[in-house]
Write a protein that binds this ligand. Sequence first.
Ligand code: NAD
Length: 322
Amino acid sequence: MKTRITELLGIEHPVIEGGMQWVGKAGLAAAVSEAGGLGMITALTQPTPEALVEEIATVRNLTDKPFGVNLTLLPTLKPISYDAYVQVMVDAGITTVETAGRSPEAFMPAFLDAGIKVIHKCTSVRHALKAEKLGCAAVSVDGFECAGHPGEDDIPALVLLPLAADALSIPIIASGGYGDGRGLAAALALGADAINMGTRFLATQEAAIHDNVKQALVDADERQTALILRTLHNTARIYKNKVADEVVALEQKGGVTIEELAPLVSGKRGASVYETGDIHGGVWTAGMVAGLIHDIPTVKELVHRIVADAESLIRERLSGLL
Ligand code: NAD
């Protein structure tokens, strides 16, 4: 498949790894790139900018294919020196950066001066238009189905993507809810040029997380997610476990602060789930697509299956209807 995104990024298949905090590490990113998609390491998964230098080098040891670095710009419990992470990306000669969370405006001069293609991930048409105006090369448009932060508008992809396609000139990556060939074919039909997958890549052989988490995704249905931090206008969709229920109950009481929620929602605590396999040990991110996950393939098997299924869907089922 040739799309504006495969051309822009120099990749074989229109499949991109989502920026996943604590999971977007070198091994998985390199596997996605080797499979013909765009692998994505996540800057803030690295405790320091120096550690990001090492992680980038590790990806380069594993693949010579294109990959990207995600920089998430959302509220955090501890201050982050974003400028230092940006400088690492520039100095390392990174070619593609995914920004997310809020406008990348402050960092655009540094990225553009370095010739970096910026993909901004956003959850509304107005933010996508702003990204286009700022010089982003593409946008990743995240529907309400997504894992992580869906924003506050709650517009699912079936409406959001065609609206974005009508409004924008730059290529669009469809994000949120994608996990199989039907999703890829649908995204292309709705006006996107590629899909972005996070949760689906968690349940692969190469994801460096505990097997219990992968199995939890296989066992989950589409109702196994919860929305937390709604009351703080920083909504996050996560796997619905005991901690998620506790957070939702506290928020329903009203007036709860981030300081009160921090012991429950802290990312550090959530990260331990991926290491220990205690799926109720903290909050961890998952999207509604969990309902479509039934196996734990290699990344290559998954990417090739999705592309092959989408191709035969378009060639046989859809054109056969005409
Ligand atoms: P963290 O431990 O600093 O914070 C935990 C959660 O609380 C995060 O969702 C964060 O956005 C939220 N939070 C922190 N301070 C807040 C405030 N003042 N008001 C409202 N909400 C607040 O986060 P982390 O796990 O170390 O993650 C680092 C960054 O990556 C955060 O910005 C987080 O939101 C983001 N993240 C993104 C994804 C994703 O799906 N892309 C998944 C997990 C985390």
